[in-house]
Ligand binder design. Structure first.
Ligand code: NAD
Ligand code: WQD
Length: 349
């Protein structure tokens, strides 16, 4: 039987590469469209190596309508999983237009091309950030979207609204809005992982680079939050669990309409708990110093992920030790990420 073919935009990136692998392993055919603005084609090569199967890779931009039209002409796509976008919160404050052009206008272009090609199944990478700072924890899908703290978050909120309006206007669409909490970890082979360019913005890649000796110490932003140890609490989930959540969500697209799911573990952990667990598992010291709070950070949030469990049959299966052991294996085996033989002493690495 001909296998269903999935277009994965942003499939060379961190979550997209792990999801492409999960799709291949679940028997789907995969087409990846990625501009490589924040990724390396080496990730695609490794996905194919682990899966023992090839996918189709197209280097291109979701804002390029002609490219999308060609792609949909050449490939019989069952559904689109849409990861492509810009995701650095601080950069989004400095360059809001770039974020709206890619994340919002790019998604509109993608949906227009899908509509013309008669493809009406979409899974969208949203974020827990859409709940906003005033939502009570744990976050539940029935809560309204809140105000957002930066253009990145606003772009996710706007796209959710656009997709809801689209579904409202045309009943042929089925759209899953997946609200990720804090994905960390790597494929257990150590061959795929998160490969941030320059200085990591996020906690886990930063800790991993300290552990491997690429950075001298971690700066912990804020020690006076109203949490158990004064540091921020987040719901960290394994990227392979997240990847599998996308495979589960595809199954839900047989139902028309909008389907919103939190993808998290339901458990909050503090920055210091993450540091301690990384030290324990890596058996390396993680020196750190406290600094003032980072602007826009919330004290604590985590998911109520019972809806995904009930309706998708999905729940995070991997625990904290797996997340850290896999991150550490990836970091140790690939100290420079997907780039090899690069001198790591330069400022930018
Ligand atoms: P990533 O940067 O590793 O992946 C995004 C991919 O999209 C990259 O490979 C990049 O090259 C590609 N891309 C960017 N602009 C493009 C364009 N115009 N056309 C084609 N490709 C383009 O990020 P990620 O962590 O894998 O995140 C994937 C998605 O999940 C993003 O939409 C992100 O906003 C969302 N998300 C991520 C997190 C997280 O913590 N990582 C949390 C919530 C939501
Ligand atoms: C986690 C905690 C920091 C770095 C961000 C985006 C969100 C989503 C996921 C999506 C916080 C602390 C961090 C450091 C630290 N992105 N920290 N020292 O902020 O929960 O979420 O990534 O696409 O939209 O906002 O994740 O990993 O940046 O931070 O102390 O060097 O670690 O203050 O409390 P965050 P994070």
């Amino acid at each position: 039987m001909q296998q269903r073919k999935i277009l994965v935009t942003g499939g060379a990136g961190y979550i997209g590469s792990h999801t492409s692998l999960a799709l291949l392993e679940a028997g789907y055919e995969v087409v990846v469209l990625d501009s490589l603005i924040n990724a390396s084609q080496e990730a695609i090569r490794r996905v194919e190596e682990i899966a023992g199967r090839n996918l189709s890779f197209i280097e291109g931009d979701i804002r390029d309508r002609a490219c999308l039209d060609r792609l949909f002409n050449e490939h019989d796509i069952y559904a689109v999983i849409h990861f492509a976008g810009l995701k650095a919160v601080g950069e989004s404050v400095e360059q809001p237009l770039a974020y709206y052009a890619t994340n919002v206008a790019g998604t509109v272009t993608l949906c227009q091309a899908m509509q013309q090609a008669g493809i009406f199944r979409l899974v969208f990478s949203s974020s827990a950030t859409v709940y906003g700072p005033d939502a009570p924890v744990p976050y539940q899908e029935s809560m309204p979207r809140g105000r957002t703290a930066n253009p990145y978050g606003t772009s996710k909120s706007i796209v959710e609204q656009i997709l809801e309006d689209l579904v409202q206007s045309d009943k042929r669409w089925s759209v899953a809005l997946l609200r990720y909490f804090n994905p960390i970890g790597a494929h257990p082979s150590g061959r795929l992982g998160e490969d941030p360019q320059g200085i990591p913005n996020n906690l886990m890649p930063y800790i991993a680079q300290v552990a491997v000796g690429r950075r001298p110490l971690l700066t912990v932003f804020g020690s006076d939050y109203a949490t158990q140890d004064g540091t921020c609490v987040r719901d960290y989930l394994h990227v392979m669990d997240l990847a599998e959540g996308h495979v589960s969500a595809l199954g839900r697209l047989t139902l028309l309409g909008t389907h919103i799911y939190n993808l998290g573990t339901g458990q909050g952990l503090s920055v210091l708990q993450m540091v301690e667990a990384f030290e324990r598992i890596s058996e390396r010291p993680i020196p750190y110093q406290f600094a003032p709070r980072r602007e826009g950070d919330l004290a604590a949030f985590w998911a109520d992920s019972s809806k995904a469990a009930t309706e998708l049959g999905w729940q995070a299966r991997r625990g904290l030790d797996d997340m850290i052991a896999d991150t550490w294996r990836w970091q140790r085996q690939n100290p420079n990420g997907y780039r090899t033989n690069i001198n790591t002493t330069s400022e930018e690495t």
